[in-house]
Design a protein around this ligand. Structure first.
Ligand code: GDP
Ligand code: MN
Length: 376
C-alpha cells in the first residue's frame, strides 16, 4: 500500500523524524486559512500517489496566504500522470541550503534491506545513479540486527558529511530504519532531506510503501488506504479479489496463475508487444471471474486488444471456454481477442470457442505473436 505524502510524514513524526508543520485541504479557501495559521511562506503540494509532482507543477511555493490560495486553485483539479489532484498539503516552507536523498528498500537479490544515501538529493535517484554514481552510498542491513552504528558512521565518512551535522544525520538514519521495520515497509524514502542554512535537517517529502501482507498487523494503518488514489481498475480488481497490476502498454493480459501471467508478459514483451497489465484470475477461472477480469481490463482506455492465456488444470478447459463465452456475451467485446487454451478437456474447450466465433491457439508463443501482430 502506497501512502500519500502527508500519511508518510505522519509516520515519520511518530518515530521522531523532523518534518515541517502542515495540513491537508481540498479547496483554495481552506488553503488560505491554513497558510495564515502556519504563518510565513508555505508550499502547496498535490497529494497524489505518483512521483515527480514538482516537475509536473504540483508543488508550488507561496509567499502569502492569498498567493497560497491562488496556487491551490491551480493545483487542485489538475491531473498528474493521469491522477486527479483532489487534495493538497500545505506546509511551512523551509529554506534549503543542500538536498540529500535517504531511502531504505528491500534488496531482493541479497535478501536484506539496503540503505541508500546520496548527497545529490532532490532529483530522482535513478537519474543520479546514471549521471553521478559516485554520489550514491549504500549498505545492507541484517534484519535481525538492524543497522550497526559503524555502518552509518562509515557511510557518513565516505560521503564526506560535515561534522556539524553528522550527529543529526546519524539519528535520522536510525529513525528511518525504525519506521521501515516498525511499519513493515517495502520502501521508505526522504527526497529531499533538506539541510537549512541554520544547519537543521528536515524531511521535505516522504515516500512510503507498506507491505500489503503486513496490514492486518498494523491496526489503524489498514484503514489508511487511499482508494481515491487508486485507479478504477485497481479498485475493481481489489474488490473482486483479483491480482491486478497496471502497466503502460496496450495489450491486456489475463491468465490463471501468477507464474503463467508473468511468463505471458515476458513473452509478449520479447516479441515486441507492450503489456497493459498483469491480471491473474487464479485457479478457479469461473465464468464470473472471467467476466470480472474482462470487464476490468477492457475498462482501461489504453487497452487495444487482449491476450488470454489459460491453462486448464483443476478447472477444465470446456468450463473456462463456457465462462469466457458467457462473459463475452455480457460485455460485447469489440477489441481483438486472442485465446490460448490448453490442458484438461482442451479439445472440447476449443471446439466450444470456435463455435462461438473465437479461434483459439494451443501454444503461448503463437498466441503472443498473434496479438502482437494485431496490435503492434
Ligand atoms: P516530488 O517532485 O513529487 O518529489 O515532490 P517534492 O515534495 O520532493 O517537492 C519537489 C521539490 O520542491 C523538492 O525537490 C524541493 O526542491 C522543492 N520543495 C519542496 N518543499 C520545499 C520547501 O519547503 N522549500 C523549498 N525551498 N523548496 C521545497
Ligand atoms: Mn520528492
Amino acid at each position: 500500500m502506497k501512502l500519500q505524502e502527508h500519511q508518510g510524514k505522519e509516520l515519520f513524526k511518530r518515530v521522531g523524524l523532523p518534518v515541517s508543520d502542515g495540513y491537508v485541504a481540498s479547496n483554495p479557501q481552506e488553503v488560505e486559512e491554513l497558510a495564515r495559521k502556519l504563518g510565513g511562506p508555505v508550499v502547496v503540494k498535490a497529494q497524489v500517489l505518483v512521483g515527480g509532482r514538482g516537475k509536473a507543477g504540483g508543488v508550488k511555493l507561496a509567499a502569502t496566504p492569498e498567493e497560497a490560495r491562488a496556487r491551490a486553485g491551480e493545483i487542485l483539479g489538475m491531473a498528474i500522470k493521469g491522477e486527479l489532484v483532489k487534495r493538497v498539503l500545505v506546509t511551512k516552507a523551509v529554506e534549503i541550503a543542500q538536498e540529500f536523498y535517504l531511502g531504505i528498500t528491500l534488496d531482493r537479490s541479497e535478501q536484506m534491506p539496503v540503505v541508500i544515501f546520496s548527497t545529490a538529493g532532490g532529483v530522482e535517484i535513478e537519474e543520479v545513479a546514471k549521471t553521478e554514481p559516485e554520489a550514491i552510498f549504500r549498505f545492507h542491513v541484517r534484519p535481525l540486527e538492524g543497522p550497526h552504528p559503524y555502518q552509518i558512521r562509515n557511510l557518513l565518512f565516505k560521503a564526506r558529511i560535515d561534522r556539524g551535522i553528522q550527529g543529526q544525520l546519524f539519528g535520522i538514519f536510525q529513525k528511518l530504519y525504525q519506521a521501515f521495520s516498525e511499519y513493515q515497509a517495502n520502501l521508505v524514502e526522504i527526497n529531499p532531506l533538506a539541510l537549512t542554512p541554520a544547519g537543521e535537517l528536515v524531511a521535505l517529502d516522504s515516500k512510503f510503501i507498506i507491505d500489503d501482507d503486513a496490514l492486518p498487523l498494523l491496526g489503524e494503518l489498514a484503514g489508511w488506504r487511499d482508494s481515491e488514489g487508486e485507479g478504477p481498475q485497481e479498485r475493481a480488481a481489489r474488490k473482486a479479489g483479483l491480482n491486478y497490476v497496471k502497466l503502460n502498454g496496450n495489450i491486456g493480459i489475463i491468465g490463471n496463475g501468477a507464474g503463467l501471467v508473468m511468463a505471458t508478459l515476458d513473452m509478449v514483451a520479447t516479441l515486441g508487444g507492450r503489456p497493459a497489465n498483469f491480471l491473474d484470475i487464479g485457479g478457479g477461472a469461473s465464468a464470473e471471474q472471467m467476466e470480472q477480469a474482462l470487464k476490468i481490463v477492457l475498462s482501461d482506455p489504453q487497452v487495444e486488444g487482449l491476450f488470454l492465456n489459460i491453462f486448464g488444470g483443476i478447472t477444465r478447459c470446456d468450463e473456462v471456454a463456457q465462462g469466457l463465452i458467457e462473459a463475452q456475451r455480457g460485455l460485447q467485446v469489440d477489441k481483438p481477442l486472442v485465446v490460448r487454451l490448453t490442458g484438461t478437456n482442451e479439445e472440447e474447450g476449443r471446439a466450444l470457442l470456435r463455435k462461438n466465433g473465437v479461434s483459439p491457439v494451443a501454444e503461448m508463443e503463437e498466441g503472443a505473436r498473434r496479438i502482437v501482430e494485431l496490435i503492434g
